[in-house]
Design a protein around this ligand. Structure first.
Ligand code: 0WK
Ligand code: BGC
Ligand code: BGC
Length: 903
């Protein structure tokens, strides 16, 4: 072979020579793309994809169990099934049993159903031989294509690569497609619990000791890598702590043109003639599926120039895909390569000379060297990311390597490692061959996924009783309706339906100054309410919140009422009202049997109050007695009002359609305007009277709500100061939701579903979870923000825990809202039927911190009412100034009516 020929071969092969500078540019280009893709910056279109894999830790070696692994796409048109037994840290290592199946081309280019049915058929074939019987089998799916994962067992194929192009799969969840194919087989009870990219399988198959691999590298038909990234750098996850394995998908690097400086005409031709032109440009210069083809194109070119085979080609040489990577690897074998080259060229119908064979070896060498060096440039970009994390130990990085080209090519791995040392001289890198082609790694991920799947099932089982369906809600509505009617008739009922002696709503002509007390909610308030003309002054309120120490709410009645009078006197002084005897309305938010507007016998305390010597007493008398004890104080108590009534009146002043009052705060309750004829306890059948339902006690008679009471609710009830009482309230109101959540979290911790089973002392503390905690956790916070709230409670949580805690809060508060909605539906339906209307428009005046502050509670109540009372158009009007204003209006209306009635 003469000099010219050698020169023209050299000239041609020089094109495959990528300089160190170009490699550094490619390294920087890939690193830049990686960071842009992680940031998901708008407008940037990085060509690497950086896909989170939901693998959050490197292997711990503790995983145990038998797992079925299906490998698809890692090594060309082959599929492998493995049975992997993990024996944990101590157990003897067991070699996997595996079987490889060739996938016919009509399947790799056919429909998705054909592909997945083929795969499921192979699974059955493999299991038939293994005779595993009918035990449930956990399967890990090693699917080596770019997928957008939303969990360990959900993965949407973005696009096919390599030799695959099955229809009806891109954009689909491949786990679902496999599940359906397995079902169609109907042979084995196989549960697909994890889908893993082959790079992840390689990384996870490494022994964690002495040092776990943090990078997975695959060079087979395709090429790709994954690595452990700080989760806070992965924008789409919105988490702030921990690590996650990211599938780089570097095969598509250069799809935007970044590789043009190093691409040869052969690369362009190969791409044009490939299954997916314009994509996977980097892979087409590195992956085994393409190296043979590149060599073939160069041989044709050199033959065309007369530099090889005497300028002769052959139909076989001109046939796409006739030169495989296997050929290339064998031809580069230092001892047998030359002979292998001859054999291959003869198989291709050529008559190669010895020089031809030597040149063909050079061509193979040039193509594979470039591939190894380009792959090294990409790997050093990944190593730069891994090493850029300040929290990472300064120790070296272990890279798990997999793929036949990397493992079997005589020079590839050595050249790659050499180039890595050139490009990243200060990086201390250990290359660890992955075992079983990553099968063990996939089994490890499957073990983690099945543990998470079990946790998910345990969470669902725990929360299932909180998920109420409309039939159950309709039953609650009906039972409440029945109890209301029995209560109105004075028959035994858990809902006492207490007459309030409020028979009229404000009509805007009310006038005067009033004092009002508001006791029973989160805050105790004293108010000065000035009622002027609705069109001009309207209503002005001056109020002050006073603390109510537990020593007072749980002391003696005398202490409580003396404290109340002290606050009134302080307030009067502050507002220069001392010595003035304004009519005083008392919002007393507890069940009282009223004998008149200013007489109310306390039936029982609720909501954590238990001042002695009050139950069974007329609360107004107790207040008047305290006033008398306080020398020199004149107060004219004219009305005692439940907070629901105050809220209805206060909203009724704004909206005359307001005939229902609803409180969902510390406690819960409702009142509404009932036809007097239906109120047996009060004579008369004309007009209406407001009924304080005291629905908090619904179910106390054991005739309702039993089925809803979970063990968590029972624990909360048992630990309350009034066990067996206020059972409806204890499923709904703010005083209890936090405790129910705490009980559920304790249970999930016991099951090791939460916090890794760590029992934090704070979680043992009663009432440590306030309902405001639920509101915060359920608002649109990022995971890390939820985690920060948990930390405030000394609960060390990871972001997964944070999500689980949020799900628990959502389940508990949603049940509360739905049950509350069922109650409101019962009330408005009662009013509609009272009035014999097909359709009722009514306004519900609402107050209470849970209803007002929880991000979703109010909407969920409205949804339930819409579903359960479709013939009622219900408007929910938030009470602006609380029920103190309403209480003053009750007095004002009473004064107006008294005035109308004259002396
Ligand atoms: C504000 C009202 C008050 C009522 C309270 C209920 O003015 O009468 O008791 O709402 O909500 P909570 O403060 O219990 O959340
Ligand atoms: C795929 C990757 C895979 C790589 C190695 C590429 O074509 O897109 O997901 O990891 O091949 O098998
Ligand atoms: C009381 C009601 C009150 C409700 C809302 C319940 O515990 O029994 O009287 O309306 O809480 O504050």
């Amino acid at each position: 072979m003469n000099e010219n020929t050698l020169e023209s071969v050299q000239q041609c092969l020089n094109q495959f020579d990528v300089t160190e500078e170009q490699l550094q540019q490619i390294q920087a280009g890939i690193l830049g793309d990686m960071e842009r893709a992680l940031g998901r910056q708008a407008g940037s279109s990085p060509s690497v994809q950086m896909l989170p894999t939901y693998v959050r830790s490197t292997p711990r070696g503790t995983e145990q169990g038998d797992f079925l692994v299906l490998e698809l796409g890692a090594s060309g048109a082959t599929l492998r099934v493995l049975w992997v037994t993990l024996t944990g840290i101590s157990g003897p290592r067991k070699e996997p049993v595996s079987q490889e199946f060739t996938i016919p081309t009509e399947i790799t280019l056919g429909t998705g159903q054909q592909l997945f049915d083929f795969a499921a058929g192979c699974l059955v074939q493999f299991l038939d031989q293994l005779q595993v019987g009918s035990q449930p089998i956990q399967l890990g799916f090693n699917f080596s294509f770019p997928c957008h994962q939303t969990g360990l067992n959900q993965s949407t194929l973005i696009s096919w690569t390599k030799g695959f192009r099955c229809s009806g799969v891109e954009g689909q969840d491949v786990v679902q497609l496999l599940r359906e194919a397995i079902q169609r087989q109907g042979a084995y009870n196989i549960e697909v619990v994890a889908v893993v990219n082959d790079t992840v399988g390689a990384m996870m198959s490494c022994d964690p000791s002495p040092q776990a691999c943090e990078v997975g590298l695959v060079v087979d038909t395709g090429t790709n890598a994954c690595y452990m990234e700080e989760v806070r750098h992965v924008a789409e996850l919105k988490e702030d702590r921990g690590r996650i394995c990211v599938n780089v998908q570097w095969g598509s690097f250069g799809d935007g043109g970044a590789l043009e400086p190093v691409q040869t005409p052969f690369d362009l031709q190969l791409d044009q003639e490939s299954l997916h032109p314009g994509t996977q440009r980097f892979e087409k210069m590195v992956g085994g599926l393409y190296l043979g083809e590149l060599v073939r194109l160069v041989l044709i070119h050199l033959a065309g120039q007369g530099a090889l085979f005497g300028g002769v080609t052959s139909p076989a040489l001109l046939t796409h895909g006739s030169v495989h990577v296997q050929h290339v690897m064998e031809i580069e074998d230092p001892s047998h390569g030359r002979a292998r080259a001859q054999a291959m060229l003869q198989e291709l119908g050529l008559t190669p000379s010895a020089q031809d064979c030597a040149q063909v070896q050079r061509v193979c060498g040039a193509v594979s060297s470039r591939a190894a060096r380009l792959c090294a440039a990409a790997l050093t970009a990944v190593l730069a990311r891994v090493r850029s994390n300040p929290e990472r130990s300064p120790l070296g990085v272990s890279v798990a390597t997999g793929g036949r080209l990397y493992k079997q090519h005589p020079r590839f791995s050595a050249l790659l490692q050499q180039t890595v040392r050139l490009l990243a001289p200060d990086a201390d890198v250990t290359f660890v061959p992955s075992e079983d082609g990553g099968g063990r790694g996939v089994a490890v991920v499957t073990a983690v996924a099945s543990r998470l799947a079990l946790q998910r099932r345990q969470l669902e089982e725990t929360l299932a009783p909180f998920r109420l369906h409309s039939q159950q809600l309709k039953a609650v509505q009906a039972q409440m309706r029945e109890s209301m009617v029995r209560g109105l008739r004075g028959e035994s009922s858990s809902i006492r339906m207490l007459p309030t002696y409020v028979c009229a709503m404000p009509d805007g002509t009310e006038r005067g100054d009033f004092l009002a007390l508001d006791l029973g909610g989160t805050n105790f308030r004293v108010l000065w309410v000035k009622v002027g003309s609705r069109s001009e002054e309207g209503i002005k309120i001056i109020n002050r919140v006073f603390s109510l120490p537990e020593s007072v709410t749980q002391g003696t009645g005398q202490q409580l009422f003396d404290h109340i009078v002290d606050c009134i006197v302080d307030f009067q002084k502050e507002n220069n009202l001392s010595g003035q005897t304004l009519p005083l309305s008392f919002t007393f938010s507890f069940p009282c049997k009223q004998l008149g507007l200013d007489q109310g016998i306390l039936l029982n305390w609720t909501k954590g109050f238990k001042a002695s010597d009050c139950e069974g007493q007329d609360v107004v008398s107790l207040l008047r007695a305290a006033i008398r004890r306080r020398q020199g104080v004149e107060l004219n108590v004219v009305a005692i009002v439940n907070d629901t009534v105050g809220t209805m009146m206060s909203c009724g002043y704004e909206d005359p359609h307001c005939e229902v009052g609803l409180i969902v705060g510390t406690g819960t309750n409702a009142c509404y305007m009932e036809e007097l004829g239906n109120v047996c306890a009060v004579p008369g059948d004309r007009g209406r009277m407001c009924i304080n339902m005291e629905w908090g006690a619904f179910g106390d008679d054991g005739l309702a709500l039993q089925e809803f009471y979970t063990p968590f609710d029972l624990s909360v009830d048992q630990a309350s100061i009034n066990p067996g009482k206020q059972r409806y309230e204890k499923l709904i109101s703010g005083m209890y939701l936090g405790e129910i959540v705490r009980q559920v979290l304790l249970h999930l911790t016991h099951l090791r579903v939460l916090f890794g089973g760590q029992e934090f002392p704070s979680l043992q503390t009663k009432d440590i979870i306030k309902t405001k905690f639920l509101s915060e956790i359920e608002s649109d916070l990022e995971r890390w923000q939820v985690r920060a709230i948990l930390e405030k409670l000394d609960l060390q949580a990871d972001c997964e825990d944070a999500l689980l805690v949020r799900e628990v809060c959502q389940a508990v508060s949603r049940r509360a809202a739905q049950l509350c909605g069922a109650g409101v539906a019962a009330v408005v339906e009662k009013i509609r039927e009272n009035r014999g209307l097909d359709r009722l428009s009514v306004t519900v005046g609402v107050d209470g911190t849970l209803y007002k502050l929880h991000p979703h509670f109010s909407e969920q109540v409205k949804d339930a009412v819409r579903e359960l009372a479709p013939q009622c158009c219900v408007r929910f009007l938030l009470s602006e100034d609380g029920s103190g204003k309403g209480a003053a209006l009750v007095s004002a209306v009473a004064c107006r009516l008294a005035g109308a009635a004259g002396p």
